[in-house]
Design a protein around this ligand. Structure first.
Ligand code: FES
Ligand code: FES
Length: 156
């Protein structure tokens, strides 16, 4: 007999509360994208390497492909969709645009969440600290220089 374990979870995402019935094996990134239609967080590998799925969970940077949705029960989650307020980009988002910190944009949601976490814990990081802050995020386009410049500009 095929028995699929399920659980009802409640999460707050970008200030909105959601209650959903999920399979115990469902990854958090799939829950966000497919159940809540929050497709800003990307899937680049599913193995914890690329960082495209990075989100903040109770203020902590996590790769949402490395967690089960049921493990997020009760948590407060921030995704890239929650950064801009009332159509206004954050200073960090604007800096990515101004400094050409993206090309294809696939890595950008994860980069923005990692950089957001960095700037919250260290408002004035030097370049080494910026590079460490995004070391879990792979960008296949930019060579990182403009991403570092954007984060530096946002910090200034
Ligand atoms: S999709 Fe999660 S780290 Fe790549
Ligand atoms: S901008 Fe294309 S992967 Fe980073």
């Amino acid at each position: 007999m095929d028995v699929v374990s399920r659980k009802t979870i409640t999460v707050t995402v970008n200030g909105e509360s959601y209650e959903r019935d999920v399979e115990a094996r469902r990854l958090l990134i799939h829950f966000l994208r497919d159940d809540l239609d929050l497709t800003g967080s990307h899937i680049g590998c599913d193995t914890g390497n690329c960082g495209a799925c990075s989100i903040l969970l109770d203020g902590v940077l996590v790769k949402s492909c490395m967690m089960l949705a049921v493990q997020a029960d009760g948590a407060t989650i921030e995704t890239v969709e929650g950064l801009a307020q009332d159509g206004e980009l954050t200073g960090l988002q604007q800096a990515f645009s101004d400094h050409h910190g993206l090309q294809c944009g696939y890595c950008t949601p994860g980069m923005l969440m990692s950089a957001t976490a960095l700037l919250r814990s260290n408002a004035h990081p030097d370049d080494d600290e910026i590079r460490k802050g995004i070391q879990g995020n792979i960008c296949r386009c930019t060579g990182y220089v403009n991403i570092v410049a954007a984060i530096r500009a946002a910090a200034e």
